[in-house]
Design a protein. Structure first.
Length: 492
């Protein structure tokens, strides 16, 4: 028996930390965030195989600390194992730079505010400084990794495969999306060659940050949530696809827009750290499937953020720190399950042909015909019967005179018939829900309906019943007694 050489030990341990291009980007971006960077730029050449560069405007590295920065297990994040109970940084193992130096050509350019100019340090494969030179770069740190995996020919050959290259670029983008969600006030740029793959500007809060990451079209169909618990100390917040009955007026109901065939757009953050937790991903998918049974094979676009005491979570499971254990696992899972259940509580998918609510709507259709008075105020059953009977009167925008609608007269428009209203509901008092009155001076070409949120949303989402652009939902309420208002999209 004999002791392994130091070079062999470094390669064996480093190849477990630095496994792919995305793992390099992850370690370097975490260092930038720990340095308080407000802008992080990631640049790749040849999918990262030739060059990976991460530049930030953080605090920089002290000149006396640079010779130690790339040595194994040197770190400024913790001093002892007990510091993990109050850990607030992403990194703490002191392995990233030393592992990176072992598998590529590494250089560090850094400058602090107090420094007169930046200095570039070229490191050898043991993590020691080989040479230095002045640099024109500003305050912050730039780390460049070139010729990655040159000492691991099998791994480099595998990463050079075209399919692997494309997958790694997607993983890097997904990684930056996750960090972008966790860091609203940080700007991110991802460039591959001369192409800007993705970028995110600075934002002030979680919701505006979602707008920057996902875009307005997706965000219109997303619903945010947030709850605070005290036993255990836990805050759960995030966003999930909005139930169809609660979609915003201008949103087009499209579950395909807020779902994917793979879990690539599910983001789980624990204390701002992107992690993969199979139980939480499964839970998010299950809630989505229950709300959208017609898309049960897909994964939702969603963000789930947990803020918990560092002493209640173990992040030191793997070198890449993407897996965590919770001290009170069952309690945390039950609380998260309850929060996600409330998002879709009594808000089923009634736009399709399946599901209990859809069946209830279809079963509510009965014989007989009843017409509503002018001004149209429908009860919930009447409105839902109108939706299912396909007899709702609709008008195109060309028939509506905007000038006429500005004149306050009491000329009512044509009525909206409800042929399938049950006799048991025909005696419902008109004052039990708000009434709507249309006002037109010249042409009775508008129709305003006050009904429940669920019925109106079902009507608006089923475009086969309406002329294109003819109606929009103005306001809605979860309370059926309040209802919602539907009017022509032209503003009548």
């Amino acid at each position: 028996m004999h002791q392994l050489k130091g070079e062999t030990v470094r390669l064996l341990s480093s190849s477990q930390v630095i496994t792919t291009v995305s793992s390099v980007v992850k370690e370097l971006v975490e260092n930038s965030l720990d340095a308080g960077a407000s802008c992080i730029e990631v640049k790749l050449e040849n999918f990262g195989l030739d060059l990976i560069e991460v530049r930030d405007d953080g605090a920089g590295i002290k000149q006396e600390d640079v010779p130690l920065a790339a040595l194994p297990h040197f770190t400024s994040k913790i001093s002892s194992l007990g510091d993990l109970d109050t850990l607030e940084s992403y990194g703490f193992r002191g392995e990233a730079l030393s592992s990176l130096a072992a598998v590529c050509d590494l250089s560090i350019t850094t400058r602090m505010v107090k420094d007169a100019f930046a200095t570039c340090y070229v490191l050898d494969h043991t993590g020691h400084i080989a040479s230095t030179r002045p640099s024109h770069l500003g305050v912050g740190t730039t780390i460049t990794a070139a010729k990655i995996f040159h000492s691991l020919p099998v791994r480099r050959q595998r990463n050079k495969q075209p399919k692997m290259c494309r997958e790694e670029l997607k993983k890097v983008e997904h990684l930056l999306l996750a960090f972008g969600l966790a860091s609203p006030r940080t700007r991110f740029f991802l460039r591959h060659g001369k192409t800007c793959v993705w970028q995110k500007a600075e934002s002030g809060d979680f919701k505006s940050n979602l707008h920057l990451v996902f875009g307005p079209a997706v965000l219109q169909q997303m619903q945010t949530f947030s709850e605070q618990f005290f036993d255990p100390m836990l805050k759960v917040f995030g966003c999930m696809p909005r139930p169809l009955a609660l979609l915003r007026p201008q949103a087009t109901a499209s579950p395909m827009l807020v779902s994917r065939a793979t879990p690539e757009r599910i983001f789980v953050l624990v204390n701002r750290r992107p992690v993969f937790n199979k139980q939480l991903v499964k839970m998010m998918r299950q809630k989505f499937q229950e709300a959208f049974p017609s898309h049960s094979t897909r994964y939702p676009v969603g963000v789930l953020c947990l803020e918990i005491l560092p002493s209640e979570v173990d992040v030191n499971l793997e070198p890449n720190k993407t897996a965590v254990h919770f001290g009170q696992f069952e309690e945390v899972m039950n609380l998260v399950d309850g929060v996600l259940s409330k998002v879709y509580l009594k808000q089923p998918d009634i736009s399709g042909s399946t599901g209990p609510e859809a069946n209830a709507v279809n079963n509510s259709k009965q014989g007989g015909t009843s017409s509503q008075p002018r001004g149209v105020a429908c009860t919930q059953t009447a409105a839902m019967a109108v939706v299912n009977s396909h007899t709702m009167t609709s008008f195109s925008e060309s028939e509506i005179s905007p000038a006429a609608t500005r004149t306050r007269t009491h000329t009512h428009t044509r009525t909206c018939s409800s042929p399938d209203v049950s006799p048991s509901h025909s005696s419902t008092k008109p004052d039990s829900i708000p009434r709507a009155r249309t006002e037109s001076a010249e042409s009775p070409a508008t129709c305003t309906i006050v009904t429940t949120a669920a019925a109106a949303m079902s009507c608006a989402s089923n475009r086969s019943l309406l002329c294109p652009g003819s109606y929009e939902i103005l306001e809605m309420s979860d309370d059926d007694s309040l209802g919602c208002s539907v009017r022509s999209a032209s503003g009548s």
